[in-house]
Design a protein around this ligand. Structure first.
Ligand code: 5GP
Ligand code: MN
Length: 309
């Protein structure tokens, strides 16, 4: 499938690259790297992210935007289903590059590799297939995506190939310390205030820990939508916890839930029970509802899977 996508890229001239809403390091890293590579190939290309990009993910200048009508190809990266791109409607033929286990295959061409650490790793393999020079900004973005989705080379998707690619990217100009500092040591004071609130109302049931943050909390702290990102990683660092759950109100009627499991696949199974998806150990969902009212239901569902696993 990688060769088919390389062929589609060679044979077409106008592209849009779309990544998922509430983008993480892999979403931006994979999309920017591909965006930059298509520029190198003298393609017309534009980039669409359904929601604002968190500033700490902008490690390189944004690629120059080309203005043109009607792309021939819509490249969806790190997107497991159309629900993840919100209201965006792709205008070209949809080609999917993704690594989510819950991706059931959609679009005209779909290259899905759940055994890859990240969409960024897949973009790296695609650029090698296309024989594109890995410039320093491309290397930085791919490295950032791999760092993000492996949890800083911690999760079980940290394979020998990941280190091999990270090594090559470092030789091409990615700066491991800079990426790690940007992604890990760059929290706002608002983040820690949210973390305090989340810790105050933490619920522990068996090996599950769960917490939430409401719209009211976010308003009082004057927090932006991205200020709570990363709280789930702190919850899941608690000793003895198998499944961690963090809910936050997105607006007056929608809630986002982040779920992590340590050894088993309960994160994915719990997310899927609420119509979401992701990976075995890192999953999530977005639903109509409010965080405070939903937290008990998610714990109940999680207990089912944790006890079974
Ligand atoms: P996060 O907790 O960082 O928002 O998401 C963790 C993982 O779950 C990511 O790989 C993400 O793609 C997936 N995920 C999060 N929210 C949703 C959702 O609403 N739908 C689906 N299908 N996957 C989600
Ligand atoms: Mn990803």
């Amino acid at each position: 499938m990688k060769a088919t996508i390389a062929d589609i890229i060679r044979k077409n001239g106008r592209f849009e690259i779309i990544t998922h809403a509430w983008p993480d390091a892999d979403a931006i890293g994979s999309a920017y790297a591909l965006y930059m590579a298509l520029h190198v190939m003298n393609k017309e290309v534009r980039f669409i992210c359904p929601t604002p990009i968190p500033e700490h993910l902008l490690l390189t200048p944004a690629p120059e935007e080309n203005l043109f009508s009607a792309p021939e190809i819509s490249l969806l990266v790190d997107v497991s289903d159309m629900g993840m791109i919100g209201d965006i409607r792709p205008e070209g033929m949809v080609v999917v590059i993704d690594h989510h286990k819950t991706n059931q295959g959609f679009g005209f061409v779909s290259w899905v590799c759940p055994n890859k650490s990240s969409a960024s790793e897949m973009v790296y393999e695609l650029l090698i297939e296309l024989d594109i020079e890995i410039t320093s900004p491309i290397a930085t973005n791919i490295y950032m995506g791999i760092f993000g989705d492996t949890g800083g080379f911690v999760h079980t998707n940290t394979t020998a190939r990941v280190f091999e690619i990270a090594n090559r990217l470092t030789l091409k100009g990615a700066d491991p310390s800079h990426v790690a500092n940007q992604l890990r040591k760059n929290k706002s004071t608002t983040y820690y205030k949210i973390l305090c609130l989340a810790m105050e109302r933490i619920r522990i049931c068996d090996s599950i820990c769960a917490s939430y943050i409401t719209l009211d909390d976010l308003d009082k702290l004057r927090a932006g939508p991205n200020d709570a990102s990363g709280i789930i990683e702190d919850l899941s660092s608690l000793a003895g916890v198998e499944l961690s759950i963090f809910l936050r109100d997105v607006n007056t009627h929608q809630v986002h839930c982040s779920i992590r499991s340590r050894d088993g696949i309960s994160a994915r199974l719990t997310a899927q029970a609420f119509g979401g998806g992701g990976h075995d150990r890192a999953a999530g969902f977005t639903l109509e509802g409010r965080a405070e009212g939903l937290v008990g239901d998610v714990i109940k569902e999680g207990l089912k899977w944790v006890r079974m696993g």
